[in-house]
Design a protein around this ligand. Structure first.
Ligand SMILES: *[C@@H]1O[C@H](CO)[C@@H](O)[C@H](O)[C@H]1NC(C)=O
Ligand SMILES: *[C@@H]1O[C@H](CO)[C@@H](O)[C@H](O)[C@H]1NC(C)=O
Ligand SMILES: *[C@@H]1O[C@H](CO)[C@@H](O)[C@H](O)[C@H]1NC(C)=O
Length: 280
C-alpha cells in the first residue's frame, strides 16, 4: 500500500509545479484580502505606502494583499509558477518561521526528545509575537515593513492546521511516523490538483484555491475580492464564539503604546514568560 501511494506521488511530481511550503498563494492572498476589507481606506493607505517602499526590489509584492506571499518568494531558487521573478532570493534562514509544531499524538506514543516544546524560537508564534514587539518599539521603517510582511503571511500560515501541528503515528493505517509527519508532508495523497501530500492538499484548501502568484494574478483579483467578501459574510466574528477574542491582543498593544519596556520578547503578548529559559 505504501509503495503504491509513493509511486503515485512520484509520477505526479513530473506534472505539477513546485509548491512552496505554505498555503498556496491563493490562500495567503485570500487571508490578506479578508483583512484588507475590514480596515478603513486610510489604514490601508498607510500600510500600502509603507509596503510600496520596497517596490524596486520586490515588484508586485508591495501591497497588503500581494505582500502576503513575499515570505514564500524569499525561498524561491528557480523561476516557476510560484516563483515569477527573474532574480531569485533563495534565502532559507527564515524557513522555520512559517510553522508551529504542536504534537498531535492520538496514539499516545512516546514522543522524540523535546517534541512537546512546540513554541521555540524559531517558530511562527514566536515570530508573530516578536513582530508585535518590534512594531511597537522600533522607530525603523525597515523593521516595520519587514515585520508587517511576516505578520500578514503568518496569520495565514497558522490558520492552516498542518502549519500548527505535527502528527505522530505508528500503525498500518496512519503510517509509521514515530518521529513525526512534518506537518503532513510525509503523508502521501493523490489529488486532482497536484497536491501530492497531506500538507500540500491543505495548502490548496483541498484543491479549492489554486491561483499562484504570477504576472496574471490581476486576472483573478475580482474573484479574490468576491471570495473574501463571501467568507466575511458567511463567518462573522460572532460565529467563532469564544475562539475569537479581540481583547486578547489589545492589552499587548496598550502596553507597547505605553512604552512599557518589554520584559522579554515573548512574554509581552502571552502574559507569561514562555520557554525562553528551557529551549531545546
Ligand atoms: C499515555 O502514556 C503515558 C505513559 O507513557 C501514561 O502515563 C498515560 O496515562 C497515557 N495516556 C493515555 C490517554 O493513554
Ligand atoms: C473563488 O472561490 C471559488 C469557489 O470556491 C474558487 O473556485 C476560485 O478558485 C476562487 N478564486 C479565488 C481567486 O480565490
Ligand atoms: C502606563 O504606564 C504607567 C507607568 O508605568 C502606568 O502607571 C500606567 O498604568 C500604564 N497605563 C496602561 C494603560 O498600561
Amino acid at each position: 500500500m505504501t509503495r503504491h501511494w509513493l509511486h503515485g506521488a512520484t509520477l505526479l511530481l513530473f506534472t505539477i509545479p513546485p509548491v512552496a511550503w505554505a498555503w498556496w498563494d491563493n490562500g495567503h492572498m485570500l487571508t490578506a484580502e479578508i483583512a484588507r476589507q475590514q480596515l478603513t481606506k486610510s489604514q490601508v493607505a498607510v500600510i500600502n505606502g509603507l509596503l510600496e517602499e520596497w517596490s524596486d526590489d520586490f515588484p508586485g509584492l508591495c501591497d497588503l494583499v500581494t505582500a502576503a506571499v513575499w515570505p514564500d518568494q524569499l525561498k524561491c531558487a528557480n523561476h516557476g509558477a510560484v516563483c515569477p521573478r527573474a532574480v531569485m532570493e533563495n534565502i532559507h534562514i527564515f524557513d522555520p518561521w512559517h510553522f508551529d509544531e504542536k504534537p498531535y499524538n492520538p496514539q499516545n506514543l512516546t514522543l522524540p526528545h523535546c517534541a512537546d516544546q512546540w513554541l521555540p524560537n524559531p517558530s511562527a508564534s514566536f515570530t508573530l509575537t516578536s513582530a508585535i514587539t518590534s512594531m511597537g518599539t522600533s522607530n525603523s521603517r525597515f523593521a516595520f515593513n519587514f515585520m508587517l510582511r511576516w505578520v500578514i503571511h503568518l496569520v495565514g500560515d497558522i490558520h492552516q492546521p498542518l502549519h500548527s501541528a505535527d502528527g505522530y503515528f505508528d500503525d498500518a493505517r496512519l503510517g509509521h511516523l514515530p518521529q513525526g509527519d512534518r506537518g503532513g508532508n510525509l503523508i502521501p495523497v493523490i489529488s486532482d490538483c497536484g497536491a501530492n501530500n497531506l500538507h500540500f492538499y491543505w495548502d490548496s484548501a483541498a484543491c479549492q484555491y489554486l491561483v499562484n502568484w504570477s504576472p496574471h494574478y490581476q486576472d483573478h483579483r475580482e474573484a479574490l475580492t468576491q471570495n473574501a467578501s463571501d467568507l466575511i459574510t458567511k463567518y462573522p466574528p460572532s460565529s467563532f464564539g469564544t475562539r475569537y477574542d479581540p481583547e486578547h491582543l489589545k492589552a499587548c498593544w496598550t502596553q507597547l503604546q505605553n512604552k512599557s519596556k518589554p520584559s522579554g520578547v515573548f512574554d509581552i503578548c502571552t502574559g507569561h514568560g514562555l520557554l525562553l529559559e528551557n529551549l531545546c
